[in-house]
Write a protein that binds this ligand. Structure first.
Ligand code: NAD
Length: 414
């Protein structure tokens, strides 16, 4: 089933043209909360190529124009259709149902807020083993289209998932200083297995976004569970590695003095330590790095999660930047489901781009999930990147195998 998509070669022309157009974005004020621009509005949050819209507005997420501001942040049909978004009243476009599993947590709560801001979401289901009634009540007062409902405890899990289009799973324990992501395996593997079983039973056609670490193992666990349930669709199972891309873009822009919004660095491999491989040679816009800069940036991107874990000193790992990155991936998925034919994101997915069964790379998203793999990113790597790619494979392979072995040792509940 995957072979056709795997062999699809996204041409360098299409990627190049996307990268040219992505530069046509308005400059955000330093707070990032307000926009005033006579420029063409472009999508701030994701990877998008589309016709632009001329627009003059001053909108704030905090004020009455929140929906318009949101539109300007997360591109929607209004932009695609060249409609002047200022001239029109905010129009409810919501239709999709999103569930967040682990919604009461450090990632879950801000992620739920960001998803609540999406004009593409009609229903937002919040599930946790902890009580999320308060979170849902709180969010439900935001005057954005979606209806927010709380679901607490295993007995309500099935209801939380019925009819859902996109399931996001940030349930599980985060790292403390000194821990690797793999140290979370013993707890999070079981959590992901249980939750994905419920997904298989209640919304097998949904896009599944796995955030819970170690992603390099939890995604293979999810795949095995779905296979055992007879509903595995590799085009719809995603390990969320968007934060690695977000970090790479931020650090490169800072280092090179580039406009943040312009920068795009593909990140491949996996989501832990050296398995995170930013392809700096593929940075758009084209930019040159010294060997020292490449090493320094690569190591910083690989260790950025640990940077946050240490700064939080025992209070958890990245939550706010992760919520931002996860919301971007949700929005990209919804745009793809909504028929947008030009959505690209990096993700850890079943893949034939390397000899490993799962691999993170840029993929093209469509209504049915992954439509194609951007294999051109892996062509013409530098010697540094080629060596790093070879070096990451044994660790990634062993994390994948650990996940598969776990799932196969504990067959799913009927
Ligand atoms: N993919 C990434 O880039 C990335 C980045 C940061 C963190 N993470 C991972 O995300 C996960 C969550 O991190 P966090 O900071 O939000 O942790 P957290 O402890 O703040 O929140 C986790 C939430 O999951 C809930 N939970 C636990 N078991 C559950 C179950 N069986 N069903 C439903 N909910 C359950 C908890 O009650 C809690 O509300 C961790 O595994 C962390 O390592 C991934």
């Amino acid at each position: 089933m995957m072979a056709a998509a795997a062999s699809a070669n996204i041409t360098s022309a299409s990627i190049a043209s996307y990268n040219v157009k992505v530069g046509m974005v308005p400059k955000l004020k330093p707070s990032g909360l307000q926009m005033k621009s006579t420029h063409d509005f472009r999508n701030f949050s994701g990877l998008k190529q589309a016709a632009s819209v001329s627009c003059e507005s001053e909108a704030s997420f905090l004020g009455k124009d929140s929906v318009i501001a949101l539109r300007n942040s997360f591109e929607t049909k209004a932009v695609k259709q060249n409609i002047n978004t200022v001239a029109m009243q905010p129009k409810v476009q919501a239709s999709f149902k999103v569930a967040v599993l682990g919604a009461g947590g450090g990632i879950g709560q801000p992620l739920a807020l960001l998803v609540k801001m999406s004009p593409l979401v009609g229903h937002l289901n919040l599930y946790d083993i902890a009580n999320v009634k308060g979170v849902a009540a709180d969010l439900s007062h935001c005057n954005t289209p979606s209806e927010v409902l709380p679901f607490t405890g295993p007995e309500q899990l099935g209801d939380a998932l019925k009819g859902v289009d996109v399931v996001v799973i940030p349930a599980g324990v985060p790292r403390k200083p000194g821990m690797t992501r793999d140290d979370l395996f013993n707890i999070n593997a079981g959590i992901v297995k249980t939750l994905v079983e419920a997904v298989a039973d209640n919304c097998p056609d949904a896009f599944i976004h796995i955030i819970s670490n170690p992603v390099n193992s939890t995604v293979p666990i999810a795949a095995e569970v779905l296979k055992q349930k007879g509903v595995y669709n590799p085009k719809k199972l995603f390990g969320v590695t968007t934060l690695d891309v977000v970090r790479a873009n931020t650090f490169v822009a800072q280092k090179k003095g580039l406009r943040l919004i312009d920068v795009d660095v593909p990140v491949i491999g996996g989501h832990a330590g050296i398995t995170i491989l930013p392809l700096l040679s593929k940075t758009k816009p084209a930019v040159s790095f010294t060997n020292e800069e490449i090493k320094e940036l690569t190591v910083r991107i690989q260790n950025a999660g640990t940077e946050v874990v240490e700064a939080k000193a025992g209070a958890g790992s990245a939550t706010l930047s992760m919520a931002y990155a996860a919301a971007r991936f949700v929005e990209s998925s919804l745009r793809a489901l909504d028929g947008d034919s030009d959505v690209y994101e990096c993700s850890f997915v079943q893949s034939e781009l390397s000899e490993l069964p799962f691999f993170a790379s840029r993929v093209k998203l469509g209504k049915n999930g992954i439509e194609a793999f951007v294999n051109s990113d892996l062509q013409g790597l530098t010697d540094y990147e080629s060596a790093a790619l070879e070096a990451l494979k044994p660790e990634l392979k062993s994390s994948i195998e650990k996940g598969v072995a776990f799932a196969n040792k504990q067959p799913v509940n009927a």
